[in-house]
Design a protein around this ligand. Structure first.
Ligand code: AMP
Ligand code: GLY
Length: 436
């Protein structure tokens, strides 16, 4: 250092590692790669869309990831999926003196145990559905008999988004209980949460958190069912759009004040502060917003829509979460709409075919991105290699324009027999929508 004043302005260039291999991780890597702070990027294990950054270490191989981060002197690791978080990847990295973005194992229980999440909601006075937890199938069955349908049955532990049964009939509820407690999700179903069915508009609000402050991202609506018109089986998410027409600044303020901040306060009081992305799965009911679930990470495919709308550099925001300085960080968003349509393999979410060759058009604008999820390169050819394969994402002046652009881009993709919904974002355009 020679001490020239401008040297201070040159921030350290960072080596950044993204953990995960889905569409969410491609979106995070795409955004981080644009940061002037990022000198070198790695994705473990990534997909064909992140090929130039990929390292062959699995997201759950925590020893392998710690070793890699130490050897490469990684300055910041960003975790995509819930599983490594619930296995304690953050605690392990921190113990090794490595900087990592995400909640500790204790804080990640907000997602890894639905019973724990409910306890926190009650302690924090956060509005949510009435519920009870059971470890006895007989008692759970009796309770369903008592409250009747519609009712919601949830496996306590992680079940890849499939451990929730919304039962309209008593028979469906009992069948769902048998499935969950009968071992369909292994030990994740040893305990169940049975809760009141809530009606309203569902919305995902992801918040950057530094333990004390929560800054919301743009609100997003997911489309969880496989088929148009919200029909068919539940999936990991078939598409997202933002902003939903019913979302207002007042609603956002209410959610931050009555849900996000009380949750952070309780976690802090328990000695397990929440740092990372707190994803609030909300139902906007006639009584106001209520929490359906917490997730402790970016959503997939929420992240794809959120990342194309984020105007600010992501890296300083992640750093501010880690240094507890979010309250002095400003975050800018494009005042636009965005849509992400997931193109899935034929058969998804059931048994699906893999290895289908795909040809993509050249996309030259920054507001249209084809994010990869289940893809790989096989002998120089791009092929499908998973259930959700692509997340075609665009930004437009308004929702109607974004929808037109996204489906135009899809028409240029050659992915034979791809399964995708043609109504992503359509519910955001329907007039006269009220919150029931
Ligand atoms: P979860 O993983 O808890 O978000 O549940 C998965 C999906 O089930 C949610 O996205 C909702 O569509 C639905 N769901 C969960 N809890 C309820 C509830 N109490 N009332 C109505 N629908 C629910
Ligand atoms: N799209 C919902 C999730 O990521 O859990």
């Amino acid at each position: 250092m020679s001490g020239y004043p401008w040297e201070k302005a040159v921030e350290k260039k960072m080596k950044i590692l993204v953990v995960g291999s889905g569409g969410r991780e491609h979106a995070l890597a795409w955004k981080i790669a644009q940061s002037p702070l990022c000198a070198e990027l790695f994705v473990a294990t990534g997909n064909a869309g992140t090929a130039k950054w990929n390292v062959p270490i699995k997201a759950n191989d925590i020893d392998g990831l710690v070793k890699f981060a130490q050897e490469k002197n990684i300055d910041l690791t960003v975790v995509g999926p819930e599983e490594p978080l619930s296995l304690g990847i953050v605690d392990r990295f921190q113990a090794a003196g490595l900087k990592i973005f995400g909640p500790s194992k204790a804080a990640a229980q907000l997602e890894s145990s639905k019973a724990f999440a409910k306890t926190i909601m009650v302690e924090a006075g956060v509005p949510t559905a009435e519920y009870r937890t059971f470890t006895s199938k007989e008692e759970a069955r009796a309770y369903i008999g008592q409250i009747g349908a519609p009712v919601v049955i949830k496996a306590d532990g992680l079940a890849a988004g499939k451990g929730v049964i919304v039962a309209n009939l008593w028979e469906e509820a009992v069948e769902g209980l048998e499935k969950i407690m009968g071992g369909a999700f292994g030990s994740a179903g040893d305990q169940v949460v049975i809760e009141e069915y809530l009606e309203g508009q569902e919305v995902s609000l992801l918040c950057f958190c530094d333990g004390k402050t929560a800054i919301p991202m743009v609100a997003v609506q997911d489309h969880k069912r496989a088929l148009n018109g919200d029909l068919g089986l539940n999936t990991g998410g078939m598409g997202t759009y933002s902003p939903p027409p019913f979302w207002t600044k007042e609603l956002e303020k209410e959610v931050i004040e009555t849900i996000a901040l009380p949750t952070l306060e309780i976690m802090r009081k328990r000695g397990t502060p929440f740092v990372g992305v707190l994803f609030l799965g909300l139902m906007i009911t006639s009584e106001g917003p209520k929490v359906l679930e917490y997730n402790v990470r970016f959503g997939d495919p929420e992240a794809q829509t959120v990342m194309v709308l984020l105007k600010s550099d992501l890296v300083p925001i992640l750093e501010a979460c880690l240094t507890g300085s979010l309250n002095s960080t400003s975050i800018e968003w494009f005042n636009d709409a965005a849509v992400c349509v997931v193109m899935a393999s034929p058969g998804y979410p059931g048994n699906y075919r893999q290895g289908i060759p795909i040809t993509l058009p050249d996309v030259k604008t920054k507001d249209e991105v084809i994010f990869h999820a289940g893809t790989k390169i096989e002998g120089n050819k791009l092929c499908s290699a998973g259930g959700r394969v692509l997340g075609v994402t665009v930004r437009g002046e308004n929702l109607s324009q974004a929808r037109e652009k996204v489906y135009r881009l899809i028409s240029q993709i050659n992915f034979p027999e791809a399964h995708y919904r043609t109504d992503i974002g359509l519910k955001g355009l329907q007039e006269g929508r009220t919150i029931t």
